[in-house]
Design a protein around this ligand. Structure first.
Ligand code: PHE
Length: 344
């Protein structure tokens, strides 16, 4: 029996030594030390031994069990360590590798221009307001002195949603909305930036959707000279102190008199070039004195109150400021184009 035990030990230790995986060790443990394992089987036969032999064999059996258990533990530790080393090696991070550059975003040129325009007018005491892009026929046209079937409605090709609902063709409805809200007895001094829509075929200078910034100042005794002063300040701050403005007579149903404003051409300094079509001047916005009917419809007494209004296109302003020749650049999102303005 003693030899049997010794050969079990030798055999087990050899197997443990040659095991290459933790799973094998588990199998070895079961095969020798388990309930039906060889060591256990031998020990069951101890009953047949004499009284004197029993403690001797028992001691040997214990030694064998310890030797096998010890060898198993050691080998398990070794294999676990090896597995850990392997994992650490394969997952090792080279901290000296240069990092992957992350593209940092920035505001869109149009966003920056709108911000700039807002800042300039906030600096002159205007508040910034918003209005709905889905507008009623009433606010987009009627409240602006454009009754149904008025021929001037054709100036603005409209996307109609229903007979009464449309996509606003300009930000001017916010004039009427604001005056109505203010109630007819206090001054209004606001700008309204926002998206507008027209049924245009997109090309280098037309877009079915673009932005406008509306301006409105209503108070007792507001004059045309106030309009001119505010716009002159705006043009000089936006394009440079050396720029001149001029107002030309024009027509809008909601202003009387109406004007269009030009700024002197930066490229030729006023002598005439291809950018200003040889005129020395570039048109940048429309405006005028708020029509008495518009004041009246919004609840302001035109005998007491007067006002000026204007509307400009931020895309056009950005195009002039940065020499951009195609309005589609604003929404085709060519990153090479957009990136140029991130630090502007
Ligand atoms: N709403 C006009 C347009 O879109 C611009 C404008 C605004 C003109 C305010 C006069 C007064 O063309």
């Amino acid at each position: 029996m003693k030899e049997q035990l010794e050969s079990i030990q030798t055999e087990a230790l050899e197997k443990i030594a040659s095991a290459a995986e933790l799973r094998e060790l588990q199998d070895i443990k079961v095969a020798y030390l388990g309930k039906k394992g060889s060591l256990t089987t031998v020990l069951r036969g101890m009953g047949k031994l004499s009284k004197e032999e029993r403690p001797v064999v028992g001691e040997i059996a214990n030694q064998v069990r310890e030797a096998i258990t010890e060898a198993l533990n050691q080998k398990t530790g070794k294999l676990e360590q090896e597995a850990m080393d392997k994992q650490l090696e394969s997952e090792a991070i080279d901290v000296t590798l240069p990092g992957r550059p992350v593209n940092v975003g920035g505001p869109h040129l149009l966003t920056s221009i709108l911000q700039e325009i807002e800042d300039l007018f906030i600096g002159m005491g205007f508040e910034v307001r918003e209005g709905p892009e889905v507008e009623t026929d009433y606010f987009n046209f009627e409240a602006l002195n454009l009754p149904k079937n008025h021929p001037a409605r054709d100036m603005q090709d409209t996307f109609y949603l229903t007979n009464e609902l449309l996509l606003r063709t300009h930000t001017s409805p916010v004039q009427a909305r604001t005056m109505q809200e203010y109630g007819g007895n206090r001054a209004v001094k606001m700008i309204c930036p926002g998206k507008v829509y027209r049924r245009d075929t997109d090309d280098a200078t037309h877009s079915h959707q673009f932005t406008q910034v509306e301006g409105l100042y209503v108070d007792k005794d507001v004059r045309m000279s106030d309009l001119k002063g505010v716009l002159d300040k705006f043009a000089k701050k936006m394009f440079g102190e050396d720029r001149e403005i001029r107002l030309r007579p024009s027509f809008f149903p909601f202003t009387e008199p109406s004007v269009e404003m030009d700024i002197s051409c930066k490229v030729c300094g006023g002598d005439g070039c291809s950018v200003c079509k040889q005129s020395g001047w570039i048109e940048i916005l429309g405006g005028g004195m708020v029509h008495p009917k518009v004041l009246e419809m919004a609840g302001y007494d035109p005998k007491v109150y007067s006002g000026f209004a204007f509307g400009m296109g931020p895309e056009r302003i950005a195009m002039l400021k940065y020499g951009i020749s195609d309005i589609r650049q604003f929404y085709t999102n060519d990153i090479r184009f957009l990136k140029q303005f991130h630090h502007a």
